[in-house]
Ligand binder design. Sequence first.
Ligand code: SF4
Length: 373
Amino acid sequence: MTEYRDGHLARALAETLAREADPHRDYRIMEFCGGHTHAIARYGIEDLLPRNVRMVHGPGCPICVLPVGRIEDAIRLAGQPGITLCTYADLMRVPTPDGGSLLRARAAGADIRMVYSTHDALQIAETEPERRIVFLAVGFETTTPPTALAILHSKERNIFNFSILCNHVLTPPAIRAILDNQDVAIDGLVGPAHVSTVIGTSPYEDIAARFSKPVVVTGFEPLDVLQGIVMLVRQMNAGRCVVENQYRRAVIRGGNLLAQRAIADVFEIRESFAWRGLCEIPYSALRLNDRHAAFDAERRYGITTLPAADNPACACGDVLRGVRKPTDCRLFGTVCSPETPIGSCMVSPEGACAAHWTYKRFRDRTPPGARDR
Ligand code: SF4
């Protein structure tokens, strides 16, 4: 791992960037993935970039983009007798506009349990047949294959007290929605790493061509990210807009075919899905197909998501679209912090506000000239 964190190599890449970045233009690069947002903040990568190479946070944190109405669905469901709702720890802390959360619903008596995987939820279903277990499934293409496998296993083993509340979303439609949005000025994209291990690099090819934006898929280590930025700057200098793969040790063009088959076996694409900050995006999320309807909590429990407005003081929507930075929100660091999150971007470590709070809030106080290389 140390080979991807070598300080000498990082400085050499920073010098390459300083040499090759054209001082007469700006390079606005969106990192779509929350894992990259976290890595960029954690390793201080922005401090190594020339002033005219700027990173823009994208909507790639799965907890952040889940609309609050879906959390309220889960809270209502968990309140029904006999139901056990299983989910990840971060989701339990996402606040609703009325001050609720899954954590508070648990404190009020609902059976809500924290799990580390879909498999854990399935095991609870197997060992507690008298309970009806619902797994609150979220995430991009990275976490979808384990959910698909859990459904296939529960079918094979006749575990019918198990179902999922499916909120799995798709990366390429969200990237298209961002690039369609005239508010957001982006010159190129750092393509997601884990997502691309599943879907490969080919789904970004039409995006690069249609929007004339280069895409470079990179890993999460600091040298990966820096090298990806060098590759993007070189494409922009040359006027090229293609997909390149910096993360060849894990990603191939076609992706993981076994994982893709499991997803196709279990899921179908929803006609539309609401994303926090991005509104409704057509064909951007998954639901269980008819063959697996028995495991679909939405159908089993007749769930209809009600529209729910975000807290009007919270700027999460703009942060997720890359229109504003976390520090542009007036709640940042005052009433909103990881201990007392007001918006979803402050909950998960991959959220832009949480990453900024954890790694950059003290650097913000440094006088700008003091950080100049
Ligand atoms: S600081 Fe808090 S309220 Fe403001 S955008 Fe970030 S998460 Fe939302």
